[in-house]
Structures are given as structure tokens and as C-alpha cells.
Design a binder for this molecule. Structure first.
Ligand SMILES: NC(=O)C1=CN([C@@H]2O[C@H](COP(=O)(O)OP(=O)(O)OC[C@H]3O[C@@H](n4cnc5c(N)ncnc54)[C@H](O)[C@@H]3O)[C@@H](O)[C@H]2O)C=CC1
Ligand SMILES: O=C(O)[C@@H]1CCC=N1
Length: 277
């Protein structure tokens, strides 16, 4: 078996994983990516020198070509298209190719039903900081995935960030925190930038302050053993300005609002799973 990794459907998420893996030292010669449009294939091939990118509008069997002979294929299309893609590549898969899905809400059972009997499958839930090697990626092995195959995929995904193994029942909850979570952090930065403007700062300055502050705080959180509550307390002088801000957030119910948002994300995943039935 080769070392080849195929990224089928290389949009935001699969490109982020691909970027993280290359940054961590994966040989670009071992990477093949498929997309729909030729323009996007050229963009990827230009950005990541040495990979192969094949556009469906030029080579309609691009996904099968890429899957054939690959050790691992990573399905990165939208949930609604993923079982069709699995069926499409089935004739090109060797029995020991590990099929990895990054799709939210698509169950291992749904994936396995669309693939040849006995095909090893791993359901994952990554996030976009994978691009910098700072993502979180969950793995949940399917029925036919051996411990060695799971280890191989964990070792590969480590290039994208922290790998955690979770039972499939926990993926929707995990997705509501780490899968969607980067968007929550960016949303906070947007809201802070707007707040600064309302306080009279220039738009550009306010955006710079918000970006650098959220990024700097993120780096502190990334230090080993970091505790968000302790870090927050270190900024909060007794009877000072931060204390007043946090008290206002608490009074206005921000923690409950965040919990409600996360629950809505997890509920939506369950709803999509049912719809895809
Ligand atoms: N964007 C994110 O932060 C995260 C996304 N995901 C999952 O990743 C998957 C993809 O999401 P995004 O990357 O955001 O979407 P996207 O739309 O950016 O990427 C999908 C890509 O697949 C291509 N594509 C569609 N059908 C194709 C086919 N038959 N053959 C080849 N290429 C095809 C599209 O042209 C597009 O470039 C979804 O299933 C989503 O649930 C999971 C975690 C986080
Ligand atoms: O919004 C979504 O459905 C995907 C899954 C987690 C992040 N993005």
C-alpha cells in the first residue's frame, strides 16, 4: 500500500487539514486533492507545490482516480453529498483503504452502507485551525477499522492538531464546541471590534485590537495546563474595569446564551442525520 492521501472535495475543511499535514512534513508528492472546478484545482496546486489536484470538470472520474491506490481517502464534501461520493469511489477502493469522513451529521452506519462491505471507515470532526496545525480532530472508528488503521489515521491527523478519540454518540456535542467553535471565537472578535467602534475608536484600529487580543488570548490558552478561569481572573482587578464588564456579561446571560447556541448546533446535527436517513 502507498502512503498516498486523497482529499476528495477540497474546500474549506479539507484544505485546512491538507495545509496542516504539509506544514507538519507530509510529502506533497503523496497528496492528491479533487475539486469540481479547474480554477480551484490550479489555485490548490499553486498554493501547495508538489501536490496533485484534479478537477471534475476536466476529468469526470477524478474522485475514482484519486481514491485508487490511496492508503487513506478523506471525504470533505457537504453532508448531503457524502454518501453519493462514497458510492462513486467504491469500485476504485482497495479493501484496506481507510475511508475518513469529515462531514458533520453523517453517521458511520450511513457511510458504511454506501461503501463496499467490510471497508474500514473513520468518522472525524475536525476544525479549521487544522490549517496551522492547531486544530482539534476527533476520530471515531467504524465497524471494520483495525487498531492499526486507526493508529495510522491518528498519526496522519496529528499534523492537523490535537487528536481525540470519542464514541460516535459524542460527535454532535463535540462538533458544537470544537467543530463550530472557531466561528464562535471569530464572532467574539467581530463583536469586540464593533463595540470598540461604538466607543469612538476608528474601525481599523478597533479591528486590529480585537484580532490581536483574541489571537493573543488564544495563544495563552494554548500553553500546557492553561486554565481559562484562572487566566480571566489574572486580568480582573478587584473593583476594576474588567470586573464590571464580566458582571455585565453575567447579568445579561452570556454563559446561558453560549450554552443555548452550542445546544442548537448539536440539535441541528441530529436533525441533519435524520434528514439524511
Ligand atoms: N468548514 C468547517 O469549519 C468544517 C466543516 N466540516 C465538514 O466538512 C465538510 C465540507 O465543508 P466545507 O469544507 O465547509 O465545505 P466547502 O463547500 O468549502 O467544501 C466542499 C468542497 O467539495 C467540493 N465538491 C463537492 N462535490 C464534489 C465532488 N463530487 N467531487 C469533488 N469535489 C466536490 C466543492 O466544490 C467544495 O470545494 C462538510 O461535510 C462539513 O460538515 C467539519 C468540520 C468543520
Ligand atoms: O457548520 C457546519 O455544519 C460545519 C460542521 C462544524 C463546522 N462547520
Amino acid at each position: 500500500m502507498s502512503n498516498r492521501i486523497a482529499f476528495l472535495g477540497c474546500g474549506s475543511m479539507n484544505e485546512a487539514i491538507l495545509g496542516g499535514l504539509l506544514k507538519a512534513g507530509t510529502d506533497p508528492g503523496d497528496v492528491v486533492a479533487t475539486v469540481r472546478r479547474a480554477e480551484r484545482a490550479s489555485e490548490l496546486a499553486g498554493r501547495y507545490q508538489g501536490i496533485t489536484a484534479i478537477a471534475g470538470e476536466e476529468e469526470p472520474d477524478n474522485n475514482r482516480q484519486a481514491a485508487k491506490g490511496s492508503a487513506v481517502v478523506i471525504l470533505g464534501v457537504k453532508p448531503v453529498g457524502i454518501t453519493d461520493l462514497a458510492r462513486e469511489i467504491s469500485p476504485a477502493l482497495s479493501p484496506d483503504t481507510v475511508v475518513v469522513s469529515v462531514a458533520a451529521a453523517v453517521s458511520i452506519a450511513q457511510l458504511e452502507a454506501a461503501l463496499p462491505a467490510g471497508q474500514p471507515v473513520i468518522r472525524t470532526m475536525p476544525n479549521t485551525p487544522a490549517k496551522l496545525g492547531r486544530g482539534v480532530v476527533s476520530v471515531s472508528p467504524g465497524t471494520h477499522c483495525t487498531p492499526e488503521q486507526l493508529q495510522l489515521v491518528k498519526d496522519i491527523l496529528r499534523g492537523a492538531g490535537t487528536v481525540v478519540e470519542v464514541p460516535e454518540e459524542q460527535v454532535d456535542a463535540l462538533s458544537a464546541i470544537s467543530g463550530s467553535g472557531p466561528a464562535y471565537a471569530f464572532y467574539l472578535a467581530e463583536a469586540m471590534a464593533n463595540a470598540g467602534e461604538e466607543l469612538g475608536l476608528d474601525r481599523e484600529l478597533s479591528l486590529l485590537l480585537a484580532r490581536e487580543t483574541v489571537a493573543g488570548a488564544g495563544l495563552m490558552l494554548a500553553e500546557p495546563g492553561a486554565n481559562p478561569a484562572a487566566l480571566r481572573k489574572a486580568v480582573t482587578s478587584p473593583n476594576g474595569t474588567t470586573e464590571r464588564a464580566i458582571a455585565t456579561f453575567d447579568q445579561q446571560g452570556i454563559p446561558a446564551i453560549i450554552a443555548a447556541g452550542a445546544k442548537a448546533a448539536a440539535d441541528r446535527a441530529a436533525e441533519i442525520t435524520k434528514q439524511l436517513g
